[in-house]
Ligand binder design. Structure first.
Ligand code: KG4
Ligand code: ZN
Length: 340
């Protein structure tokens, strides 16, 4: 079954075609990063406008590169939640028109479940149940995946997402947007002998699987302000390494605990922050030590893309999920019920 998928939840305009969910025929991602970089973050209105400008070319390229004719498309999947509402509506409107014009079903897809589904593409043998650490610019979730299209949240950040904290700290350090990748690279340049800066690793007594990044972010900013007031220069590479270490100390034990709490043997990762080289190493070491099998998708499948939407769309289609011309988009994570 050939699925054309569209993803426009944030600042990537993406389209892909997959066969039976897991075989990728094309996966086109147009990143708007340059347009947002001057503002130090995504400007929702600009994101929507750029999606409008580029969506038809990106979809046409995805279909061309897939080497199929338009009549070879069996369904159109589209991210309908969560995300920036204007950005989501652009992709959804295009997808509705395409599905209507082609006379094929429309399948609305939940973006977080699509990130998890990136693992099905990367690991053709992978089947639920498994555990998943989902870390992106908008979400930090410790999940259980009991079945296809099902994602139970066992814990989450109560404030900033991990990627958001990376981006905000990076901005304060004067690094270009999106800062996560820059901080990852700079951290690798720190003197291995140097002692890390002291940064907090908050815990919540009422749910050990919940976490927080806002205090960690503020601590770094306060530290930088103190350096500035003293007229001193911080060791930026060391600061990036220290921040990475704190993020790892927050994420990894919770991801392992989430897997353990449901008796899962496999831990997968998903989302843009799962591209972080230090986190990937730490997860590999921790899983090895704890007898868990780790599934780390390649970096290109961690960030936003439409192949993961096509994959999730395939399994959602098989479960009977359909969207009509009245299908709406939802900005919030709790839109599960709206996408059945
Ligand atoms: O999944 P994604 O592409 O979009 C959302 O759904 O949010 O994730 C984007 C986030 C950004 O915050 C970006 O800074 C972060 O992923 N990111 C990284 C790295 N690469 C991307 N964070 C840390 N280290 C990286 N190497
Ligand atoms: Zn995403």
């Amino acid at each position: 079954m050939n699925i054309l998928a569209i993803e426009t939840s944030c600042d990537e305009t993406a389209a892909a075609v997959t066969v039976d969910g897991r075989t990728v025929l094309s996966n086109i991602v147009f990143s708007q990063t340059d347009a947002h970089a001057v503002f130090g973050g995504v400007v929702p209105e600009i994101a929507s406008r750029l999606h409008v400008e580029s969506i038809s070319q990106i979809v046409a390229r995805a279909v061309d590169e897939a080497g199929i004719s338009r009549t070879g498309i069996d369904a159109v999947a589209v991210t309908a939640a969560p995300g920036l509402i204007g950005a989501l509506l652009t992709g959804l409107s295009f997808a509705k028109s395409a599905a209507y014009a082609l006379g094929v079903p429309l399948v609305p897809v939940h973006h977080i479940r699509a990130h998890v589904a990136a693992n099905y593409i990367a690991f053709p043998e992978l089947e639920p149940p498994f555990s998943c650490l989902m870390v992106s610019g908008g979400h930090t979730l410790f999940c259980d995946v009991p079945d296809y299209c099902e994602v139970d949240m066992l814990g989450a950040s109560r404030d900033d997402a991990a990627g958001e904290a990376f981006d905000k700290v990076a901005r304060r350090l004067g690094l270009p947007y999106p800062g996560g990748r820059e901080m990852d690279a700079l951290a690798s340049l720190a003197d291995p002998q140097a002692k890390s800066y002291t940064l907090p690793r908050p815990v919540f007594a009422d749910n050990a699987l919940d976490c927080s990044f806002s205090g960690l972010k503020t601590s770094v900013i306060n530290l930088l302000n103190t350096f500035e007031q003293r007229g001193e220069e911080p060791d930026r590479a060391l600061l990036c390494r220290s921040f990475n270490e704190a993020v790892i100390d927050i994420l990894v034990p919770r991801a392992l605990a989430a897997a353990k709490s449901r008796g899962r043997r496999v831990l997968a990762a998903a989302g843009g922050v799962a591209a972080n080289s230090h986190l990937r190493r730490a997860l590999a070491e921790a899983c090895e030590k704890n007898g868990l099998e780790l599934r780390l998708p390649p970096v290109a499948l961690c960030g936003d893309n439409a192949a993961m939407v096509a994959c999730e769309g395939y399994y959602a289609y098989k479960k009977g999920v359909r969207g009509g011309l009245c299908q709406n988009a939802f900005a919030v994570r709790e839109a599960d019920a709206e996408l059945q």
